[in-house]
Write a protein that binds this ligand. Structure first.
Ligand SMILES: NC(=O)c1ccc[n+]([C@@H]2O[C@H](COP(=O)([O-])OP(=O)(O)OC[C@H]3O[C@@H](n4cnc5c(N)ncnc54)[C@H](O)[C@@H]3O)[C@@H](O)[C@H]2O)c1
Length: 322
């Protein structure tokens, strides 16, 4: 198949593209290389992908409908995997407009191009952030109508607009609600990579809250595998991709890094942020049933691989702004 992957230089996009290529697919990847976090990480991921013949990089923005029209008229895509998004929760309070523009309008642009080119299959990245305030473990059928951040609201908008295109035009849509993804070459705005770097350098860790908040951490290769599995005929399905076990507290994550690095963390406590969730925990029964998917990498193994990648790449990672 030829697949359009948006956000290909992003953390999940990069692993998803690598896996698609390894499975023999042709991938056209688009990314706008925005500077929300240090662009050197995106460039590194893109360079890794450009080594592969069956990968083509388009540097561009999914907000640019003219560019997308041109792209869709020059390629035949069998499916679109929309991972491009503004993805940080806290920054969405500072700059809500870019979140709606990229995450909601960008998705609408893709849906329109798909409609005009008669492409029916969409895999859309959504988020566990939508479950704020609900009972755990989070089930896909819970009502998620009270998003607590502009980020979550923008993802909800993308979900429901995709539903509209499913209803009106028979699109086949898999919506994936990811739960805290971590792994090698992860995002420097998320705690795993920045905490590893700070502990290693002896820089105080900025910790929002007391560390008892917990996350259902999911390793990036598991997420990429699940994303590719979601290319099946789904009709319209919302599916959680999460660790699915008891969530891990941020304090325990810090202890894990201390042990792996052999160094002690210095912690700078900051108040808990109102846009953050205290706990996340996925019910993954639906992913097991529909996608035959469950995580293969446990928390300890995944964090060890993440620290190993950091140590192997420290010569340039040490220069990153986190
Ligand atoms: N990482 C997680 O824990 C997590 C959890 C839930 C959901 N998600 C979702 O998964 C997807 C991928 O997240 P990620 O962690 O890889 O984030 P990321 O920021 O590393 O990747 C997103 C990529 O999209 C690109 N991008 C953003 N806006 C764009 C636009 N308008 N046009 C073209 N490219 C654009 C960025 O430059 C970036 O490379 C996002 O949709 C995110 O909301 C991620």
């Amino acid at each position: 198949m030829t697949i359009l992957v948006t956000g290909c230089a992003g953390f999940i996009g990069w692993r998803t593209c690598s896996m698609l290529i390894a499975q023999g697919h042709r991938v056209v990847g688009i990314d706008n290389f925005n500077t929300y976090y240090d662009i050197r990480l995106k460039l590194w991921r893109a360079e890794e992908l450009k080594k592969r013949d069956s990968f083509q990089l388009v540097e561009g923005d999914i907000e640019n409908l003219g560019l997308l029209n041109y792209l869709f008229s020059n390629h035949h895509f069998d499916a679109v995997v929309n991972l491009a998004a503004r993805a940080g929760v806290r920054y969405s309070m500072e700059n809500p407009h870019v979140y709606l523009n990229s995450n909601a309008d960008g998705t609408l642009n893709l849906l329109e191009c798909m409609r005009k080119s008669d492409i029916k299959k969409l895999v859309l990245a959504s988020t566990s952030s939508l479950y704020a305030g609900q009972e755990m473990p989070f089930l896909e059928t819970l009502p998620v109508n009270q998003p607590i951040s502009p980020y979550a609201a923008s993802k909800k908008a993308a979900e429901v607009m995709s539903y509209t295109y499913h209803h009106l035009y028979g699109f086949d849509v898999s919506i994936l609600r990811y739960f805290t993804v971590y792994g090698p070459a992860g995002r420097p705005d998320m705690s795993p990579l920045r905490f590893i770097k700070w502990i290693d350098e002896g820089t105080p860790i900025t910790l929002y809250g007391d560390g008892s908040q917990s996350r259902d951490f999911t390793y990036v290769d598991d997420i990429a595998r699940g994303t590719i599995s979601a290319l099946i005929d789904a009709d319209y399905e919302i599916i959680n991709l999460g660790g699915g076990n008891n969530p891990v507290s941020i304090s325990r994550m810090i202890t894990t890094f201390e042990e792996l690095l052999g160094k002690k963390a210095v912690i700078d406590h900051q108040p808990f942020n109102k846009s953050d969730m205290m706990h996340t925990w996925a019910n993954i029964d639906k992913a097991k049933k529909l996608l035959d998917w469950e995580p293969q990498i446990d928390f300890e193994t995944g964090m060890q691989k993440t620290v190993e990648w950091y140590l192997e790449n420290k010569n340039w990672i040490s220069k990153l702004d986190v």
